[in-house]
Write a protein that binds this ligand. Structure first.
Ligand code: SF4
Length: 395
């Protein structure tokens, strides 16, 4: 044990089919799968020395759909992990999976290889909503995969759900939640559908029967209430867990702790720098097959200025129901949270978007729903308040 901990993220940019709302970096051409997993292992070897002083306590294979990889390739990656990093025995090790990409025997093999958490994409239990989202599974397919995962020994499973789907109603969302409650997963994520630029959904936005912002708010508020009543406590805008089952990997992001991301589009925060690889599979593979051959592999690479660190801290911590602890804030930045945001806090407290208890400021569900707007108003990086005060000291 070294005392310093690290999270590892592996981006697997392959899917069985491309969902029309999705802007994650992924595609259906799997011709390069073996070259890609070999490249990831080479990349792990490159990082072995600089990560030698860390204990890895979370690993996340995301995508894309990691379980689209043939099992032997997934196992190569897992071997690469153990060969190049020190994993804590209790490390949380998650793989994202979709029904139709996992078999009972594959699940057992992954479990034996140390994977101890699954994150499964359901989105909705309603056949019409699944079709509208272009998902290729039914609720029955999902249930079968979920049961196979339980049988294979997975006792920590997340189910991804969505609200704001075309034609979705409060009643159909409630029905989906009730069917999911019956499966009794340890963790539930509930994301609002966003229409992202460049996706097929964006092209036909006008024709989609989207519920509208008021209906979305009612869905979100109802879901937060139902989840709490049934034992899944909210701990982040979109995430709910049974006691002790929060996703430790994602908590690393929200707590501004270090992580390394591997693969095209993957982001890292390591050694005081934030950097990310371009969303270009071929360039990523070539850079590892022929080191030095791709000079512009990074899409960003910078050391955080104190004002940016402060802004990120507030933005990420306020996603959590714990919110910002004013003592912790003062210890990190040498500034009073209340003084810094004196212009905003009374407004949001008085209007029911925020609450203050003990030394914490945190969003109510109503504040969570519009947190993007609130935080972008509070965190104007160019404002004299943030720049002037924070960049004066580098703590
Ligand atoms: S399966 Fe997931 S990552 Fe793949 S296209 Fe659909 S939403 Fe995107």
């Amino acid at each position: 044990m070294t005392g310093k901990t690290l999270g590892l993220y592996f981006h697997i940019p392959f899917c069985l089919s491309k969902c029309p709302y999705c802007d994650f970096y992924s595609g259906t051409d799997t011709a390069a799968v073996s070259r890609y997993t070999d490249a990831l292992v080479l990349h792990m070897e490159d990082y072995a020395a600089s990560a030698a002083s860390y204990d890895v306590d979370t690993v996340f294979f995301g995508g894309g759909t990691p379980t689209v990889l043939p099992l032997p390739r997934l196992l190569d990656l897992i071997d690469g992990l153990y060969d190049n990093f020190t994993l804590q025995e209790s490390a949380e090790f998650t793989i994202e999976a979709n029904p139709a990409t996992i078999s009972a025997s594959g699940l057992r093999r992954l479990r034996r290889a140390g994977v101890n958490r699954l994150s499964m994409g359901l989105q909705s239990a309603d056949p019409g909503e699944l079709k509208a989202l272009g998902r290729i599974h039914s609720f029955e397919d999902f249930t079968e995969s979920f049961r196979a995962a339980r049988k294979a020994g997975f006792s920590n499973i997340n189910i991804d759900l969505m609200y704001g789907i075309p034609n979705q109603t409060i009643e159909s969302l409630t029905e989906t939640l009730e069917r999911v409650f019956a499966l009794d997963p340890e963790h539930i994520s509930l994301y609002g559908l966003r229409i992202e630029e460049g996706t097929p959904f964006a092209e036909r936005k006008g024709k989609l029967a989207l519920p509208g912002e008021d209906a979305e708010w009612e869905m979100y508020a109802r879901a937060v209430e139902l989840l709490a009543e049934h034992g899944w406590a909210q701990y982040e805008i979109s995430n709910f867990a049974k006691p002790g089952r929060q996703c430790l990997h994602n908590l690393r992001y929200w707590n501004c702790e270090e992580y390394l991301g591997f693969g095209p589009g993957a982001h890292s925060y390591f050694g005081g720098r934030r950097f990310a690889y371009r969303r270009d599979l071929e360039a990523y593979i070539a850079s590892l097959e022929y080191p030095g051959s791709v000079p512009d592999l990074l899409s960003e690479d910078y050391a955080l200025r104190p004002s940016e660190r402060l802004g990120e801290y507030v933005m990420l911590r306020m996603r959590l129901t714990d919110g910002v602890n004013t003592d912790d804030f003062a210890a990190r930045f040498g500034i009073s949270f209340e003084k810094m945001f004196a212009k905003y806090l009374p407004l949001y407290l008085d209007n029911g978007f925020m609450k203050q208890e003990d030394r914490r400021y945190f969003f109510t569900p109503k504040g969570m729903f519009v947190s993007n707007y609130i935080l972008s108003a509070m965190l104007d990086f160019d404002s004299d308040i943030i720049r002037g005060i924070a960049d004066g000291s580098d703590r």
